[in-house]
Design a protein around this ligand. Structure first.
Ligand SMILES: [Zn+2]
Ligand SMILES: [Zn+2]
Length: 244
């Protein structure tokens, strides 16, 4: 006997009630509002790191954000000068696009790499370094990078190297902990001479039901190489398997 279509039970049916956000969530840097499904947060165009719920919040935040923002952009131009023009201009732009479109994948990879479910205190001592290779010739903008390697490095490698960046991470971390969160996962993305620090604020581990995965590096590689930006972490709960 053959069926024209697979039985309905083969399909994954999403839960009818919306799931609470369980992830390294995006927080407006000015008003601390947490991004909700459907809302579109804007990135600061200068540093491409801080995020805002609205243009209003971005304007209000500028006086206190100006220093770190200009510091971040000036580091990039200094690197460009050192490379004496040999640095691909598109690399910086592509890298920013990459981190912003893969933010949930990168947050999840950091959570797994640091084994935060088992050892939440690792968030204070370790950081995830992701080394990328650039493939500027790729016509698909989502496939311009591949993962060259991943390493767990001491967090001081990032925070002590650059006091301004360290301060910015501490500020986010304080805010996150005041809200009952665990703190900031530090993910460092490196591609040639360019690197980008991604601080990702995470909920307390008892509110995160993500499955622990030892194959996180392969999952990361797969989504990056195939240019897929639709990654959702998997949780196995009493009510079934939940994506997102
Ligand atoms: Zn806001
Ligand atoms: Zn900025």
């Amino acid at each position: 006997m053959s069926y024209a279509q697979p039985a309905a039970a083969n399909y994954y049916s999403p839960p009818s009630r919306p799931q609470p956000k369980q992830r390294g969530h995006r927080v407006c840097d000015q008003c601390n509002a947490v991004e909700q499904p459907g809302s579109r947060y804007r990135l600061c165009g200068g540093c491409m790191v801080t995020q805002y719920c609205s243009q209003d919040c971005q304007k209000k935040h500028w006086p206190s954000h100006k220093a770190i923002c200009q510091h971040t952009s000036s580091q990039i131009s200094a690197t460009k000068q050192q490379a004496m023009g040999s640095l691909d201009d598109n690399l910086v732009k592509n890298l920013r696009k990459f981190t912003s479109s893969h933010s949930s994948l990168l947050g999840w990879a950091g959570f797994q790499a640091l084994q935060l479910k088992r050892m939440p205190s690792n968030i204070r001592s370790n950081a995830l370094l992701i080394e990328l290779s650039h493939r500027p010739s790729s016509s698909d903008p989502h496939r311009r990078f591949s993962v060259k390697g991943t390493h767990i490095v001491p967090r001081t490698y990032v925070t002590d190297n650059d006091p301004l960046v360290g301060d910015d991470i501490r500020r986010r971390e304080d805010r996150c902990r005041r809200g009952g969160g665990l703190g900031c996962i530090v993910v460092l993305i490196q591609c040639g001479e360019i690197s980008q620090v991604m601080p990702i604020e995470v909920d307390s581990p008892n509110r995160i039901s993500w499955d622990s995965r030892n194959d996180w590096a392969e999952v990361l590689r797969h989504f990056v190489e195939s240019g897929r930006t639709d990654f959702s972490p998997i949780s196995t709960t009493a009510r079934g398997i939940v994506y997102g």
